[in-house]
Design a protein. Structure first.
Length: 448
């Protein structure tokens, strides 16, 4: 706050300001006491009749007078309340303001300009820009990215300026996120009345921290491109022991053929819709989102191939894969497929919701149903419970079993839609459709 000084009814005092002296200061009823410092003469401490104490500095801006040669009128700028602003800080702030004024700059205007600039660099402002200018355009799951920032990061970093965030800030944040993730997992289990082993809660917390770290890493790289910062504080902590736990480690879990068959059998009993999605995941080695969103635009019923457009594919490239005989049989038996009109007049989803306006979701509940069915069937046969696994492990398991069958690595990589690394990906433009068909047909024979 800046104002041109005016006469007010007050008592004046000039002396060296000390904390002990301030404690004794009192203004008469209806008056205000103003104390001028002797260390920094332009520094003022105002004390109201109600006991409030406020710092200010009086100054004249060089060159702001008539003709630009003299100093301008006396002005006053607020420096904050005592004791939040200590004597030492008030004196430093006053000296800085007087130095600017001597150089011809109005410190009040300068502070306002810096505040505006600072507000454009606060973390919450940067996150909003990142979501609008990058995530919505480049990430299919941008809503998930926004949710991680809203739930885990902004509660701790709102008001922080992005170029003031250090490695220690990131480390402290991830530690908090891990603890919050554990507590959120416990709360979900309490509400569902389904307690879980302690290691499951720990895994949930670690997963939350890793997801936040991944998204922060991307945001800071984007900020570097936007010339908002010079260094990515997430990348620069990768060698710190305390941060290694939050870096992603590749999963190694691959289901054996026996385990895959147990999953297949349970999925078969569940049937349409989720059970058939799981079976197609096993037969094709594709990702869950690609099978769940399967529709008539992607399906070529003459060649019996599926083409996932770049917008729906993880690496933003078109991916085509053939369907083996067992996969084709499953699709042809789907109620949604059998209900297709002879002449397609729009896009039809093969795994729609009951309303039919979107693809199925809610896979966590479906997974619970699948696990229950696996346990039920295993108990009947006296089998030991399956080792912990995730749906995404099916893809790795398919790749592993294809190698066991002698399918060349390059061919199975093409089935999975992985991009050829290095110079090979530049010069090899073969579509590998015959090789992919041979690989999936041989794999399909294991399930015929």
């Amino acid at each position: 706050m800046e104002a041109i000084t005016t006469a007010v009814e007050h008592d004046a005092k000039r002396d060296t300001i000390t904390d002990k002296a301030i404690a004794k200061l009192k203004a008469e009823p209806g008056k205000r006491l103003e104390w001028a410092d002797t260390v920094v003469p332009q520094l003022r401490l105002r004390v109201s009749d109600k006991g409030a104490k406020h710092w200010s500095v009086i100054y004249r801006v060089s060159g702001a007078g008539d003709g630009g040669l003299k100093k301008g009128p006396m002005r006053r700028m607020s420096l904050g309340d005592y004791p939040r602003v200590t004597i030492a800080k008030a004196r430093d702030a006053a000296r800085d303001a007087l130095d600017l004024a001597e150089k011809g700059f109005n410190p009040a205007v300068q502070r306002k300009t810096e505040a505006v600039a600072r507000n454009t660099r606060t973390f919450e402002t940067i996150v909003e820009r990142f979501i609008d200018e990058y995530a919505k355009l480049e990430q299919k799951e941008w809503k998930s990215t926004k949710a991680y920032f809203d739930n885990y990061v902004l509660p701790h970093w709102t008001g922080k300026v992005i170029d003031e965030i250090r490695r220690s800030d990131v480390s402290a944040l991830l530690t908090k996120v891990r603890a919050e993730g554990i507590e959120r997992a416990r709360e979900r289990a309490r509400k569902a009345k389904k307690p879980r082993p302690e290691e499951k809660y720990e895994l949930s917390g670690l997963s939350a921290a890793r997801e936040v770290r991944k998204r922060l890493r991307t945001l800071f790289f984007w900020a570097i491109e936007e010339e908002l910062i010079l260094v990515n504080p997430v990348v620069s902590i990768k060698t710190k022991k305390t941060q290694k736990a939050f870096a992603y480690t590749a999963r190694r879990r691959a289901l054996s053929m026996d385990e895959l068959r147990r999953v297949w059998r349970a999925a078969d009993e569940i049937g349409y819709r989720y059970g058939r999605v799981i079976q197609l995941l096993i037969l094709t080695g594709q990702r869950l989102s690609e099978i769940a969103n399967l529709n008539t635009d992607w399906l070529d019923r003459d060649k019996w191939t599926v083409t996932v457009p770049p917008l729906h594919y993880k690496t933003n490239i078109k991916h085509t894969f053939p369907l083996s005989a067992p996969a084709r049989q499953i699709i042809e038996a789907l109620p949604s497929y059998q209900a297709l009109p002879k002449k397609l007049d729009k896009t039809y989803l093969l795994f729609p919701t009951d309303k039919g306006d979107s693809a199925i979701s809610g896979f966590s509940k479906c997974r619970e149903q699948l696990d229950a069915k696996i346990a039920e069937l295993d108990e009947k046969e006296g089998l030991t419970p399956l080792e912990e696994w995730q749906v995404r492990d099916i893809r790795r398991s398919v790749k592993t079993e294809m190698s066991r069958l002698g399918i060349p690595h390059l061919h199975s990589e093409q089935v999975l839609g992985h991009v050829l690394p290095g110079i090979g990906g530049v010069y090899d433009v073969h579509d590998y459709m015959p090789e992919k068909k041979a690989a999936l047909d041989l794999w399909g024979e294991q399930w015929a």
